[in-house]
Design a protein around this ligand. Sequence first.
Ligand code: ADP
Ligand code: MG
Length: 253
Amino acid sequence: MIAENYKIEISSLKKQFGDLIVLRDINLKIAPGAVIALIGPSGSGKSTLLRCMNLLVIPDGGLIRIGNDAFQFGPGTSLPSAREQARFRRGAGMVFQHFNLFPHMTVLQNVMEGPVSAKNMPKAEAAVLARKLLAKVGLAEKADVYPQRLSGGQKQRVAIARALAMEPEVMLFDEVTSALDPELVSEVLSVMRDLAAEGMTMIIVTHEIAFAREVADIVVFMRDGVIVEEGPAREVIDTPKQEGTRSFLRHFH
Ligand code: ADP
Ligand code: MG
C-alpha cells in the first residue's frame, strides 16, 4: 500500500474552521530529499497545511503519510491516540516565524530538551548531539548563553538545530525569515540551503522568491485552499502557466 518512492504523501486533505474552508482538497507527493517551496497570498492556507502535517491542526478529511507513518482523517476514522500523535509529530520538524525558544534555558538546553524529554535520550548523549547541531548551524560558541542574548537570526538557527535534534524525517519551515531584520535573513537561508544540499526533505513556506527559485526543486502555488500550480521551481517562477500564479509573482518584481 505504501508508495515507498515518496517521502510525503497527502491526499484529499480538507480542513475548515467553522464556515471557512481553508484546505479544499490538497494532493501532494514529495520525493525523498526534495525541497518544496510553498508560496501564495496571505490566507491561502499554507500555514494550516504545514500545521496539519504536524497535527497541530487536525484535518477534517484526507490522508497524510510521512515516511512509514500514515493517518487517515474524517468520518469513520478515529483520532490518533496521544501516543501515536506524538510519534507522528516527531517525524516532522517544524520551525516557525517566531522562534519559541525556552527563555529560561540556555541554547544548549533548548536543543537537548526534545531528545531528553520526548525520546528519553541520556543527557550526556543529548548534549553531544546538541553541540554537533549547534556547530552545524554555526553557533557552537553560543551553547551556554540564554536566548535573550541572541540576534533574531541566531535564535532562528537555534530553532532549526532544536528541530533537527529530534532527527525528523522531514523539515517544515513556516516563513522563518519573515520576522527578521533584512541583514539577518541570509544567515538563516544559508543554513536551510546546507540542509537541502545534505538531502533533507523540506517544505518551505516563504516569500523569498529568489531563494525558492535557487534552492527549491518544486514550487507549489496555493490560493484559497487549493493548489493552483506546481512544477519545477524555475519553470513556475519564470514562466507560470496560471494567471493566478502570474499575478501573485508580479508583486515580487
Ligand atoms: P497562510 O499561512 O497562507 O497565510 P493560514 O493557513 O494561516 O494561511 O490561514 C488560512 C485561513 O484560515 C485564514 O483565513 C485564517 O484566518 C484562517 N485560520 C487559520 N487558522 C485558524 C483557526 N485556528 N481558527 C479559525 N480560522 C483560522
Ligand atoms: Mg502563514
